[in-house]
Design a protein around this ligand. Structure first.
Ligand code: NI
Length: 399
């Protein structure tokens, strides 16, 4: 058994090194699937630590790194950090601000990579004492939505042999040094749909000779409101939003077709199925009743992020050791989404939010803001939480 206070002392000693990683990555942000220099940087550090099975480059790109730390007999525990930046011009004025115009680490993924490099060092140093092995996953393209880095890495086998996976997201709405966890679903799913409703266009003065798709979409828009109110369990959160409506060109023309584009958030795998089925049913049914034809394109973007109970307990135990039990608290579900959820569809997973919000340090600004910043004092403790998670899963497997 490894004493948690040892992990804390050693992670404190790595403070400057971890902050250095964060600043180096922060200054050179790269967008989804273009994290080449970022991945090279990470690869070099992992090789220097003596990690094995190092692979850089996924989906035919040079982005993404996976590596193992092989200890004694026991489970293989994966730790994941996402590494991509956002298309945003930084306005923090920090000395290590982005040197790349129009690109910024505005979600904290630079900190995620730095914490995981820190955890890699902590775990490497105690390799001889590990009752299991660790897989480090530095994942590209979390922000890209349609082109998920998690999906690509899973397809290329990063979860093979993995017993459990853990991850953290730095979180500015939560005070610095606190960890927010949630049992079961912790983040919503995100899906996008697009419906084209086709009628028969004609003169605005002769509706009897046309089939008007605008009337059909008006009914569809109101009928879709019944999904959240009538079709799904009121104890679960469901959002069905219509973000774009398009029909027609002139006051005296009944258009040929109309377009609706929307998004869906759900907080259970079951609700996600129900909502898709009902959206298709309502659009098809209402259109048919009004003699219109439809096509619906429904794209599943990210699944619900669901924590496994045992994995979450291990993450909480690691967080209590690293941050103090008083700083580890239950939090409400986050209606945003994350492709970490794709790992959780395959293996037991635990994901939690690590607070970096401190008004005095200017780190309480919203994620994806051009003035977003993180409290760097939290990073070494985050590294201890990640390393502690791997150790706790290994230790519990021995019982
Ligand atoms: Ni993020």
């Amino acid at each position: 058994m490894i004493d948690p206070s040892e992990l804390n002392t050693r992670s404190e000693a790595l403070r400057d090194e971890i902050v250095g990683h964060r600043r180096a990555l922060h200054a050179r942000p790269e967008l989804a699937w273009k994290e080449i220099e970022t991945s090279r940087y990470i690869e070099e550090k992992l090789r220097a630590l003596g990690c094995v099975n190092v692979k850089r480059g996924f989906k035919g790109t040079g982005s993404g790194v996976v590596a193992d730390i092989v200890g004694g007999a026991g489970p293989l525990v994966a730790l994941r950090a996402d590494i991509d930046a956002l298309p945003l011009t930084e306005e923090t004025g920090l000395p290590f601000a982005s040197a790349v115009p129009g690109t910024m680490h505005a979600c904290g993924h630079d900190g995620h990579a730095a914490m995981l490099l820190g955890a890699a060092k902590l775990l490497t140093e105690m390799k001889e004492r590990l009752s299991g092995s660790v897989r480090l996953i530095f994942q590209p393209a979390e922000e890209s939505g349609y082109d998920s880095g998690a999906e690509a890495m899973i397809a290329e086998g990063v979860l093979e042999g993995v017993a459990a996976i853990g991850g953290l997201h730095l979180w500015s709405p939560l005070p610095s040094g606190k960890l927010g966890w949630r049992r079961g679903a912790c983040m919503a799913s995100a899906d996008i749909w697009k419906a084209t409703v086709r009628g028969k266009g004609g003169h605005g003065s002769a509706p009897q000779e046309t089939i008007d798709p605008t009337v059909a979409i008006a009914h569809i828009i109101t009928m879709l409101q019944t999904i959240a109110s009538r079709e799904t369990d009121p104890r679960e959160s469901v959002v069905v939003s219509i973000g774009r409506v398009e029909a027609g060109t002139a006051p005296n023309i009944i258009p040929e077709s109309a377009l609706l584009v929307g998004n869906v958030r759900t907080t259970s795998r079951r609700a996600r199925e129900t909502v898709e089925e009902r959206i298709r049913g309502i659009i098809g049914g209402v259109s048919a009743a009004l003699r219109c034809a439809t096509t619906v394109q429904y794209d599943r973007v990210y699944p619900v992020n669901v924590n496994d109970d045992a994995a979450l307990d291990a993450l909480r135990a690691a967080a209590e050791a690293a941050l103090g039990a008083e700083n580890v608290e239950e939090m409400p579900i986050v209606m945003g989404s994350e492709d970490f959820s794709s790992y959780g569809e395959k293996v037991p997973s635990a994901f939690a939010m690590l607070g970096v919000g401190d008004a005095a340090k200017g780190t309480d600004r919203p994620h994806h803001s051009p003035r977003f910043d993180i409290d760097e004092d939290v990073l070494c403790r985050g590294a201890a939480v990640l390393a502690g998670f791997a150790l706790t899963v290994m230790e519990r497997a021995q019982r």
